[in-house]
Ligand binder design. Sequence first.
Ligand SMILES: CC(C)(COP(=O)(O)OP(=O)(O)OC[C@H]1O[C@@H](n2cnc3c(N)ncnc32)[C@H](O)[C@@H]1OP(=O)(O)O)[C@@H](O)C(=O)NCCC(=O)NCCS
Length: 178
Amino acid sequence: MVGPNPVLSVRPAEVADAAAIAAVHVAAWRSTYRGLLPDDFLASLAEAGYEERWRRIIGEETSRVYVAADGPEVVGFASGGRERAGEDGYGGELYAIYVVQEAQSKGHGRRLVQAVVAGLRELGLADMIVWVLRDNAGARRFYERLGGTYVRTQPITIGAALLQEVSYGWRSLDAIGY
Ligand SMILES: CC(C)(COP(=O)(O)OP(=O)(O)OC[C@H]1O[C@@H](n2cnc3c(N)ncnc32)[C@H](O)[C@@H]1OP(=O)(O)O)[C@@H](O)C(=O)NCCC(=O)NCCS
């Protein structure tokens, strides 16, 4: 159970959050994907490039982006919007969700999913799919904990690595088990 805590919060991202989101993005990729993605690829991730990318995404408003904060500090983010690849039966997608390692398991992930789901509803979407690396066991347990059901597996190339990713789906946003 996540109890009320005035210090931990989730709110819509603003363009001014882009640098903080980029820092979380790079730190969380390095800690999560060590051993899954090549070391040189993880070392090459540059916050400046991601800051520019997140600035654009937040400014465009086609996707919904939220940040999780611990006091004034951004410790996580998530984004979602229309499903991107034409997957049958899914109109909504959780594009990304990352919480820095030190702030995991405090309920930020659950609150970020709730925020994205509210954003998907605002876009008129009624369901959600998410893609996750097959070997990212922690995130898979998180989605399974929320009641996601396995959809399918497909190959994905990240940097020079050929990997497998799996998808989880919720046929109704009402079916997400927080
Ligand atoms: C996956 C992630 C977003 C979850 O966020 P979080 O803040 O750590 O999770 P929460 O504290 O909100 O946990 C919500 C529920 O999921 C469960 N859960 C979360 N991570 C889990 C894990 N690694 N293993 C098992 N259960 C997990 C929690 O136990 C909790 O259930 P409970 O209340 O019944 O105990 C976060 O751990 C993360 O950023 N991981 C690294 C990045 C990543 O893999 N992102 C997803 C890429 S597709």
